[in-house]
Design a protein around this ligand. Structure first.
Ligand SMILES: C[S@@+](CC[C@H](N)C(=O)[O-])C[C@H]1O[C@@H](n2cnc3c(N)ncnc32)[C@H](O)[C@@H]1O
Length: 279
């Protein structure tokens, strides 16, 4: 489970620190999401990037739609600081805050790269976004498919041991939007008409270096900070930690080739419209 408090705290701090590696992990997905957003983006209006992180998606859309205003908002102030340092465009604005409570203009387009799975109450959150969207405004977002389909996560989980049994009810987190029917139902309940959902397979580059060994070390350093292995590694000490790191490294080695660790990943890209009654 990853909560809003995690993102505005330590998890957000680590993501801000590790941004070159998180960018690299999304690099193969990014152009496909940008294409999906641009295929429905109006030429002008106010656009919202929900959970914009360090701002890459917002910047790509602002560049392609110079007559639009793009607002990127994220719970993590350090990530917004990185976004501001990386991107300066007259039609692009970043702010730290909760996209569900911040005062923003009516949205003519809402989009997000992997930022929508962290709401405590997703129906209420999407209903709120629906009320903030202009009639007919598109919503486009990516999210992970199931852990089992995301080999990068499955391999890490195998190495660290079984995931803790899921608590009853909805738990926000990276795989919380894996179930297509669940997401379709919640969008409908929140007043969004689904136009399409695309299963996108992509390559998740976890490590790079001057040799395959260096790439594995890089991937291990990344996963020691971000993802399911990070808390497991932090919870171990001494020899136990060394053994766990060696076990993860031996799994990652199977994906090391041409000086990078490249692992299969699986996402959904959803496209919907503000054309229903919000809950
Ligand atoms: C997995 S990260 C993705 C970040 C970025 N979109 C990217 O692709 O690199 C999820 C992001 O959503 C943000 N987030 C989650 N809930 C949010 C909310 N209610 N308002 C603003 N940001 C939120 C988190 O702070 C985090 O930066």
């Amino acid at each position: 489970m990853t909560t809003a408090g995690d993102w505005s705290g330590k998890v957000g701090d680590v993501w801000a620190d590790e941004w070159p590696r998180t960018e690299r992990s999304f690099a193969d997905l990014a152009p496909r999401l940008t294409q999906a957003i641009l295929s429905v983006a109006p030429e002008r209006g106010c656009f919202l990037d929900l959970g914009c992180g360090i701002g890459s998606t917002a910047a790509a859309i602002a560049l392609a739609r110079p007559a639009a205003r793009v607002d990127g908002i994220d719970l993590s102030a350090p990530m917004i600081a990185v976004a501001n340092a990386r991107h300066a465009r007259a039609n692009l604005h970043f702010a730290a805050g909760d996209a569900l409570t911040a005062a923003l203009p009516t949205a003519d387009l809402v989009f997000s790269r992997h930022g929508v799975m962290f709401f405590a109450d997703p129906v209420a959150a999407f209903a709120h976004l629906r009320r903030r969207a202009a009639p007919g405004a598109p919503l486009v977002f990516s999210c992970f498919r199931a852990r089992q389909e995301n080999e990068w996560a499955r391999v890490l989980q195998d190495a660290i041991g079984p995931a803790p049994a899921a608590a009853a009810g909805y738990a926000p987190g990276p795989f919380a939007f894996a179930d297509r029917d669940f997401v379709a139902d919640l969008l409908a309940a929140a007043g969004w008409r689904v136009e399409r959902v695309d299963a996108v397979d992509f390559t998740y580059v976890a490590g790079e270096g001057e040799s395959d060994t260096a790439a594995i070390d890089d991937a291990l350093a990344f996963f020691a900070r971000i993802g399911p292995a990070a808390p497991a590694i932090r919870a171990t000490h001494g020899d136990e930690r060394l053994t766990l790191r060696a076990r993860i490294a031996s799994r990652l080695a199977r994906y090391a080739t041409d000086r990078r660790v490249a692992m299969p990943a699986a996402a959904w890209i959803w496209t919907a419209r503000a054309e229903g009654e919000p809950a």
